[in-house]
Design a binder for this molecule. Structure first.
Ligand SMILES: N[C@@H](CCC(=O)N[C@@H](CS)C(=O)NCC(=O)O)C(=O)O
Length: 214
């Protein structure tokens, strides 16, 4: 049988999402680490696979897909008989996607290493400034997300089963903790993250448990 390979990096939020999705769907995979600190994402070998120079990339038996949300939706479509990441009900589906996008499209891109490098190289922003920039955008997103979650309280982010929203939420909480964002103002976010961390599919995807973790 053709192999399933995830190109990722242990601390990448976007790769963390795909690890969770693969685990939730019970799909076995091999990891191929791409060391972002060493710049391996810009190597000719990797750019030939993904011209965007970012992780993750999933090679599903020769089908190569980039962009974590596209990968998750592909897994849901290609393997519909296991846990669904997107509910079939249109309202529940839209809620899950809206939380996933608030994180993946609005919060996470601003904390990317390449954004920090550009701030540093072009605008003279120092390490502290870079960290404060990341914290600012996480707090801005979490302020709104907390209200969104409070308006439709459930066990997880978009209902009583884990969805694509949770696949994005837990890695973003991990990043918030990594950058020492005060999570006290976000009780719904913290409660859901704790509930997710107790599920094996989420716990096994944690950065510290990956083969390239340092
Ligand atoms: N929208 C992309 C984002 C991917 C992304 O931001 N990947 C980061 C790691 S989390 C990356 O590879 N960054 C490389 C860099 O900044 O040079 C996705 O969801 O897959």
């Amino acid at each position: 049988m053709a192999e399933r390979v995830l190109y990722g990096y242990f601390r990448s939020s976007a790769a963390y999402r795909v690890r969770i999705a693969l685990n939730l769907k019970g799909l076995a995979y091999r990891q191929r680490p791409v060391n972002l600190l060493k710049g391996e994402q810009k190597s000719a070998e990797y750019l030939a696979l993904n011209p965007h120079g970012m992780v993750p990339l999933l090679d599903d038996g020769g089908v190569k897909i980039v962009q974590s949300l596209a990968i998750c939706e592909y897994l849901d479509d290609a393997y519909p008989d296991t846990a669904r990441l997107l509910p079939s009900d249109p309202v529940a589906r839209a809620r899950a996607r809206s939380i996933a996008l608030a994180i993946a499209a609005d919060i996470h891109p601003l904390q990317n290493p390449r954004v920090g490098k550009h701030l540093q190289a072009e605008f003279g922003v120092g390490e502290d400034g870079k960290t404060e920039w990341i914290r600012h955008w996480i707090r801005t997103g979490f302020d709104a997300l907390e209200q969104q979650l409070a308006a439709s309280p459930a066990r997880y982010a978009a209902g009583d089963e884990p969805t694509l929203a949770d696949v994005c939420l837990l890695p973003q909480v991990f990043s918030a903790r990594r950058f020492a964002v005060d999570l006290a103002p976000y009780p719904h976010i913290v409660r859901i993250a704790e509930a997710l961390d107790a599920l094996p599919a989420f716990a096994d995807a944690h950065p510290a448990k990956q083969p390239d973790a340092v």
